[in-house]
Design a protein around this ligand. Structure first.
Ligand code: ADP
Length: 255
């Protein structure tokens, strides 16, 4: 199937008078690994939040897996989707946040079981087996009965990755997932993401400041500025030989 798994079609998002996404067009192919870079406030996180349907957009349509996420088609017309529709289509997407957002009163294992049981209706035994398997994959089988407070930042983030995967998403979103970590813990999280990308059929969209990781990991890097993509391309090209002056300025400040 050549149809993109994610497609933003002229998507606009405003907060009051501030236009944060400005008629954004972005298509992501199945299994593609895309990194989003750009200055603070350029709309990078907003792209992920709109895909998670954490908020409504003001214009355009977002498509996921061939279906409109934000709308439904009725008699040839696109009308805004109900919350029920959003919940169903959103199930195809998993997100990992900068600040982990684990449930503090649940163990690592329970964190990974919660949504599969309560949202998907999976029997507890099956959810537990799936959670244990995923915690093993992220190298944490020895910590499954630990609470978040008993884990390092890197371990918490790996639990968060396992928790998102427990819902069997087709698309994984990563929002600056190493920004809150001490430098020595960044590597363990990136290596889990690298392994995921290599071993699973997963589309990944990642907002990151780790240019080295973007370079080796992604198929494409998109540079955001003022709510638009102003340059994109394979990482070697975009990071090594940017054509746009703003991209050049940004990269010379961060590299
Ligand atoms: P980035 O991830 O590129 O740093 P964001 O997508 O987080 O940027 O934010 C883009 C702009 O939208 C910023 O100017 C930010 O202040 C604004 N913004 C984000 N969320 C809200 C909100 N809930 N209410 C008002 N303004 C917001």
């Amino acid at each position: 199937m050549n149809e993109p798994i994610v497609r933003f079609e002229n998507v606009t998002k405003r907060y009051g008078a501030l236009t944060v996404l400005n008629e954004l067009n972005l298509s992501i192919a199945r299994n593609e690994k895309v990194c989003i870079i750009g200055p603070s406030g350029s709309g990078k996180t907003t792209v992920l939040r709109m895909l998670m349907t954490l908020e409504r957009i003001n214009g355009g349509v977002i498509w996921v897996d061939g279906e409109p996420l934000t709308h439904v088609q009725k008699r040839g017309q696109m009308v805004l989707a109900s919350d029920r529709h959003l919940r169903r289509v959103r199930g195809k997407i998993g997100m990992v946040f900068q600040h982990f957002n684990l449930f503090p009163h649940m163990t690592a294992l329970q964190n990974c079981m919660e949504a599969p049981v309560s949202v998907l209706g999976l029997p507890k035994k099956d959810a537990e087996a799936r959670a244990a398997e995923l915690l093993e994959m992220v190298g944490l089988s020895g910590k499954k009965n630990h609470f978040p407070i008993q884990l390092s930042g890197g371990q918490k983030q790996r639990v968060a990755i396992a928790r998102a995967l427990a819902m069997r998403p087709k698309v994984m979103l990563f929002d600056e997932v190493t920004s809150a970590l001490d430098p020595e813990l960044i590597g363990e999280v990136l290596s889990v993401i690298r392994k995921l990308g290599a071993e699973h059929d997963l589309t990944m969209l990642m907002v990151t400041h780790q240019m080295g990781f973007a370079k080796e990991f992604s198929d494409r890097v998109c540079f955001f500025y003022d709510g638009k993509i102003i340059e994109q391309g394979p990482p070697d090209q975009l990071l090594g030989n940017p054509q746009n002056e703003r991209t050049r300025q940004f990269l010379s400040a961060v590299l």
